[in-house]
Design a protein around this ligand. Sequence first.
Ligand SMILES: Nc1nc2c(ncn2[C@@H]2O[C@H](COP(=O)(O)OP(=O)(O)O)[C@@H](O)[C@H]2O)c(=O)[nH]1
Ligand SMILES: [Mg+2]
Length: 318
Amino acid sequence: MDARDPGADTFAAKLLAGDRVTLGRAVNAVENDDSGAAEVLHAMRGHLGRAHVVGITGAPGAGKSTLVNSLIHEIRKDGKTVGVVAVDPSSPLTGGAILGDRIRMSDHSSDPDVFIRSVASRGHLGGLSRTAVRVIDVMDAAGKDVVIAETVGTGQSEVEVMQAAQTVIVVCAPGLGDEIQAVKAGILEIADILVVNRGDNPLANRTERDLLEAAVFTRDDGWTVPVRRTTATTGEGVAALAETIAAHHGHLGPERLAAGALKRSASLVASAARELLERRLANADGAEMQALAEALLTGDLDLETAAAKALNRIVQDT
Ligand SMILES: Nc1nc2c(ncn2[C@@H]2O[C@H](COP(=O)(O)OP(=O)(O)O)[C@@H](O)[C@H]2O)c(=O)[nH]1
Ligand SMILES: [Mg+2]
């Protein structure tokens, strides 16, 4: 950017231009929900919804991080830029698994067009999924063409992160014995693409067959969920997977891609509204709140009515 451009040096301009240091700072601000977060959200306005958001989920040890590392190679061959958000709810303090993720994706640590960030459960007041989705948003606004979110496919927060993805990949691995459990748990239902990783394992054929029998179906929108086999450690099958991801992107088309971005935008609005409400509640008129509390105690009001009245009050105060 031209140094004489008055906007060139601003935080927002640097973020939107994909400046690495600024992107790192923006992600920190969003993660810590500190005073800089509002500036980041403001800067992102009008710049969301360009990235293809790809979710990768599956049991621990299935090879997701290794697969992401291989996938980045393929995506970079097309000249596209990549952001990765690795979500780990299981490592609150030590960050052991997170460290592992970083090592497995370390091929790309010197590539300026690849930005990788791990999000652990430590210290996220607003919830892990909200933080992760916001980090996805920041990477999108910073111009990453593809944003990959890796989660361990179990808890509610991971499901929420996958809902923010436009293409969901469920990774299974032979020998973990969880394919059928995954079907039962409904996790395969969210898959747009199924992957049998550890393709070098002798049991991979069997897993592939099981999945083809248990899980392949054609969606209402005409997409037949494919099963791809990969060996993440060698990269075998990963080019075909990258093509399948691109094919799903093409299948979605602009309207449904936009709908995915709209969903993330809606989640931003909802969480901002929740924060606003809590702040207002904390600052609400003491006497009025006390009157409602007394009415509840005496039985003049039931709890729901009292809450509705409190809500009305703080909304009127705008
Ligand atoms: N043999 C083999 N090992 C793999 C493959 N993919 C991953 N691994 C290994 O499996 C372990 C767990 O991989 P990781 O990517 O951390 O799994 P994640 O927990 O799903 O992210 C690591 O030691 C990887 O090197 C594969 O395709 N074949
Ligand atoms: Mg991992």
